[in-house]
Design a protein around this ligand. Structure first.
Ligand code: KG4
Ligand code: ZN
Length: 333
């Protein structure tokens, strides 16, 4: 990696406004402002998200520069999330990044959000070596990716319907928990018995996933119980459903490892913060002699450190974007 480069990363693809500064390939600040406004709607409202990004972006970028102890004039490049994501939120980040890069006369670097989640594994040491498999699990994606190089990635398996994070959030919503409820399911599950309730799981014939069936099964389960029962048994219900979701992910991952012969595995995305998933993956690694990489918690859920680090690698290849670069709500890897 090129030495002494100072890069500002900006992330605004969904409901987190985030900025981070990297210097000499190391993260020196990481600021994330989560938008709480969506909680009462049970999901992200795109228009409200765009407005909140507009309000938050200047204070968030200023805080990132301040924490890093750098002036804007010290920046060598600006990386921003080009997509995939919500168009309004993406536009706020890209317009801000373009204006700042133009005014400072420095290069602009467009970053793919999922690529950035994968490269979050390169923030801390030790770093994975290529090729490796990455299980990307977020609110919008559930994929097993073959990572051949920093910017050469191939999807081996993907969800045919909902993402696993979406399933976590929907299940939490059905239990009356606020959005996004994935982390709350994880929290309540700590005290619960994963074998208390039996929920069905779906297994696709190839390397793909499907989570819509388990969501429906859970909705029917909740409908058949009183709210008092759900509240009293909350820990056991959370532990049981979480165990099924995590098992579905890891059964498929194990199949891909066996088929590909690649046993260096990384985890990425918001659901990578799930303690049961982290623990189960580490156990599998011991059992099968896999080498496993899991980003630190702040680099799993949406953040700009992963954007800044991706921009560092793209800077090496002089992969710069023009001011005409479009935001891409749908953006294949
Ligand atoms: O990567 P991310 O921050 O945003 C997207 O790109 O989607 O992922 C957000 C998702 C949400 O569905 C959230 O509920 C889930 O990650 N999540 C968790 C946990 N922390 C965040 N799911 C399960 N357990 C957690 N501890
Ligand atoms: Zn994400």
């Amino acid at each position: 990696m090129q030495k002494q480069l100072t890069i500002l990363g900006i992330e605004s693809s969904c409901d987190e406004t985030a900025a981070s500064v990297s210097h000499d390939g190391k993260i020196v600040s990481n600021v994330v402002m989560s938008q709480l406004i969506h909680q009462k709607y049970g999901g992200v409202v795109p228009e409200l998200a765009a407005r909140a990004h507009e309000t938050n972006i200047i204070p968030v970028v200023n805080a990132a520069l301040e924490q890093a102890n750098f002036e804007k004039s010290a920046l060598d490049a600006i990386g921003f999330t080009q997509g995939p994501g919500l168009l309004g939120p993406l536009l706020v980040g890209s317009c801000f990044a373009k204006a700042l890069a133009f005014s400072l006369g420095i290069p602009l670097i467009a970053v793919h959000h999922i690529q950035a989640h994968v490269l979050a594994n390169f923030i801390d040491d030790p770093k994975p070596t290529f090729p490796f498999l990455c299980l990307v699990v977020s609110g919008g994606h559930t994929q097993i990716i073959l990572v051949k190089d920093y910017c050469a990635m191939e999807i081996l398996g993907t969800t045919q319907d909902d993402a696993v994070g979406e399933a976590f959030d929907k299940i939490a919503h059905l239990m009356g928990l606020p959005y996004p409820g994935g982390a709350l399911i994880d929290h309540y599950a700590q005290e619960g018995d994963p074998n208390a309730f039996a929920f069905p799981s779906t297994h696709m014939p190839n390397f793909d996933f499907s989570f819509s069936g388990i969501k429906t099964a859970f909705a029917l389960f909740i409908r058949s119980k009183t709210s008092e029962f759900v509240l009293t048994n909350r820990a056991d219900i959370c532990a049981s459903i979480q165990a099924v979701l995590v098992r579905m992910l890891l059964v498929k991952l194990t199949q891909v490892v066996q088929k590909s012969g690649i046993s260096t595995i990384a985890l990425a995305g918001g659901v990578a913060a799930n303690s049961h998933l982290r623990q189960q993956l580490k156990q599998l690694a011991i059992q099968h002699h896999w080498t496993v990489f899991i980003p630190a918690m702040p680099y799993c859920t949406d953040n700009a450190a992963m954007v800044a680090i991706t921009a560092c690698y793209k800077h090496q290849f002089k992969d710069f974007a023009s001011l005409k670069t479009k935001s891409l709500p749908r953006y294949p890897i």
